[in-house]
Design a protein around this ligand. Sequence first.
Ligand SMILES: C[S@@+](CC[C@H](N)C(=O)[O-])C[C@H]1O[C@@H](n2cnc3c(N)ncnc32)[C@H](O)[C@@H]1O
Length: 538
Amino acid sequence: MELQEMQELRSRANELLLREEWKDCIHVYSKYIALCDGKISNKAQDTSDQEDLKLKKSLCLALSNRAEARLRSRDFVSALQDCSRALQMDKTHLKTLVCKGKISLEIDHYSEASECFQKALTHQTCNNQDEVQKLLERSRRLETQSRTGVYDLSDWVLGKFRGKAPELAEYLGPIQVQRSYNSGGGRGLFLTKNVDTGTLLFVSKPTAMGRAILPESGDHESARLIMWKDFVEKVHECISKSEKIRKMVYSLAAGEEEENLVVPDMELFRPDSENPLHVEQETSIDMDRIMKILDVNSLTEDGLSVKKLGRLGEDSYGVGLWILASFINHSCNPNARRVHIGDRMLVHASREIRAGEEVRFSYFDVLLPLTKRREFCKNWGFLCECDRCRIEEGCIDEMLELEREYESGLDPGEVVVKVEELILKGRREKGWGKRERWFFRASFWEVYWRVLESERLMRKWGRIIPSPQSLVDDAIMIFGDERVLRMAKEELKKVGGEKGVRVCRGLYGKIMKKKQAMRALLELSLCDESEKKVKLGD
Ligand SMILES: C[S@@+](CC[C@H](N)C(=O)[O-])C[C@H]1O[C@@H](n2cnc3c(N)ncnc32)[C@H](O)[C@@H]1O
């Protein structure tokens, strides 16, 4: 009777597996596995060794199939446990090796994945050699990326971003979390060695992400709300499934006094550190705290310092939690930028950074005057005291006066001349150099831009105000973005020249080996939206 019941359960489970009904399939296999376990532990005297062996084989296959179903329903914790049990019974079990390899890929344990696929390929009965070979190549490629931090997206860029965004491994570069005395006394991300412009500092996948395509006209707010709700649910799910993710999320600031925050051990953030899967079932999740953490640390994909490669110009909106990026403090004089490819966030040095220096990117548009930047900081709940803010604070009255004059309709050319006078005065009296000069020009960027793009104003002021080229040269060295660089568009497009290469690395990081690809990307990013659409062939 029991045997018949077991046979029926096994056939039913197999059928559900083929039909990809994962939840029911897991349920039925669990029943079958429990019966097998019971039968093995109460092995009757009259059970032959052959029958016993047959039962164990069947159990091993059932565990492997349940692992597959659990993998497909993204329950990696339990899937891996099933694989371990199956491999304890038969360490060369082909199906289990392939399944464990796939789970290892999902959780970024690339070398473990390679090992599994390698073993599977030596199996004589492996009849899906091609598929396993591809999986092996994929895990080796990701393993190399994650070890070296070298990525090459040339072909994808040259193919006009067609197809899915390339898969990128997580990477942890020369960085560590330390106490940051210049940014509210909390933690910050610091360099452990000197790096040059474009060096990738880390590549991170999100704990969770929500995305929405914003309707061309209509209710953006409710689209955002739906997306936010979905994002919060995903965060909750990840935390409940992985102890490591829970530890990482709980290490983030929740808006409390930053001096009291503990500096976490970097080991926690290594993609292959400790078993990420162990879950203490009993621990409840403090949703209030999680909401506060998300409030302080989630980032949107639509910031001005962000390029969504592959989706340039698309009106999509994404919000996510990228743990390591959450330790990066804001600066109005940033030395790093982020780029989004697929769901990965790549953070790179946008200029040379020395060992011991803090990595900071901008949380909002910093081509704005101090007063406007202060409003953004206030919304974030802090007062920025970066070097640029401190210098501009010293001339706040003059700056306010200039802002007032501009807003009340003073000729933009005249405002530019007055800003330049302020810079000259600083140079004479305070020994300001290039850096300070660019800070002030960047603060009045909109005014400079209005003059430079207007033929009428250029006829009037062109001889007095700085040339576009000199503005761009400062921006390249200090900080800037596509808007500033667009002024020197024609010259920069000649990427054969060293300047173009440097600019591209500053904007997007070292993610392309082919100069042609750099040229294509730079050209694309320096043209306006309508030109972009033509170039991408939409
Ligand atoms: C995403 S977290 C950055 C990491 C945070 N310092 C920590 O210890 O976890 C954002 C918070 O850091 C602080 N912060 C970031 N940039 C800052 C700055 N320039 N000055 C002061 N506080 C800053 C603010 O409290 C802000 O809400």
